[in-house]
Design a protein around this ligand. Structure first.
Ligand code: ASP
Length: 338
């Protein structure tokens, strides 16, 4: 009888494939060791003529925030810890419109919004109209973990803050001269920072982070001062779960841009649903929302899916953004191409 030389070869091949993790592309970790992180510091009309020194400050700020998240994820920390720490870092950086550096309301004050979401449980915490909480994202996490609710607003949000140990500041703490000048420019006609103005000026803001941790959990967090000259009690997309912030078992998303447009299109959740229902990549889903749902100049998003694929896209001129993963790939960018 002719010996079956194929059988031993097949066994060797199968053993090799099993040991080498067959079917797992580099984009599909699935081995509980991969992690990925993306962040943004706002999208809008960002002039490429920006002075080099300022450009450098933005790159440094983005890199510093990435580093904060990288350390947590590299050491096996959770996606939630990473996005909270990254957003806190960006809130403390006066360059960005969140925390210290928030824009001015029509009354010349600061009202801050933030949200955080745990994709593995769909737990979420959100706040709007904060006036004295130094790091809104951390209070959002406390809402998520220590209250039976998801969303607090205005005086109730401040009252909730008083029952926790979060650091409080005077509203003046959020003041920066550059945001003050920006607000004063809107005063003659008391214009809300609406869409057309974005196309002319350097008005942009919001910070956000999304992460996948080594345990396969996804999380998203976003924080903002909102939009310059916003009216009393205006709520933007950021704290509306599913609009500016969303995470589930498939993907984590954080948005920036014109809040009213982002809300109308329930944008972050639409990206997640498009992925799920059409079985498409995060890139395709984000592109769909940016091109088919939103108008040019409206918004930008950062997202990471459960396989560690990162997508960062905008239909504005620029978006401060950066990403890093466990394979050592990292990028920090502002414009479409650099
Ligand atoms: N989306 C934010 C808001 O409407 C603003 C921004 O991202 O620039 O409050």
């Amino acid at each position: 009888m002719k010996p079956n030389i194929h059988l031993p070869l097949t066994i060797i091949l199968l053993t090799f494939l099993l040991l080498s993790g067959c079917g797992q592309t580099q984009n599909n970790p699935g081995n509980q060791t991969d992690w990925a992180l993306a962040l943004h510091g706002g999208a809008g009309t960002i002039s490429p003529d920006m002075p080099d020194s300022l450009k450098q400050q933005y790159y440094d700020g983005l890199r510093q925030a990435l580093r904060v998240g990288e350390i947590i994820l590299r050491e096996g920390g959770s996606a939630l810890d990473a996005v909270e720490a990254v957003v806190r870092n960006l809130e403390d950086n006066p360059l960005f419109n969140a925390g210290h550096g928030s824009v001015f309301t029509s009354e010349g004050k600061h009202e801050l919004d933030a949200a955080i979401m745990d994709g593995s449980t769909l737990a979420a915490g959100a706040l709007t109209g904060l006036t004295t909480v130094k790091n809104p994202v951390s209070l959002a996490r406390i809402v998520m973990e220590e209250s039976p609710h998801i969303f607090f607003s205005g005086s109730g949000a401040e009252e909730f803050a008083s029952q926790t140990g979060v650091e409080r500041v005077d509203n003046d703490y959020f003041h920066t001269d550059s945001r003050y000048i920006q607000w004063r420019r809107t005063q003659p006609d008391n214009a809300f920072q609406y869409h057309e103005e974005w196309l002319e000026g350097d008005k942009f803001g919001t910070v956000g982070a999304v992460a996948l941790d080594a345990g396969g959990r996804l999380a998203a967090a976003t924080s903002t001062g909102g939009m310059t000259n916003k009216r009393f009690g205006r709520v933007g997309d950021v704290p509306i779960i599913g609009s500016g912030t969303f995470a589930n078992h498939l993907v984590a998303i954080s948005a920036t841009g014109w809040g009213e447009q982002i809300m109308r299109n329930v944008s972050a959740n639409t990206i997640a649903n498009y992925m799920e229902f059409r079985n498409t990549s995060v890139d395709d889903a984000m592109n769909y929302v940016l091109t088919e749902r939103l108008n040019p100049g409206d918004a930008g998003f950062v997202a990471v899916d459960r396989k560690g694929n990162i997508s960062m896209q905008m239909n504005t001129l620029g978006m401060y953004r950066g990403s890093i993963n466990s394979r050592g790939e990292h990028v920090v960018m502002i414009w479409e191409t650099e």
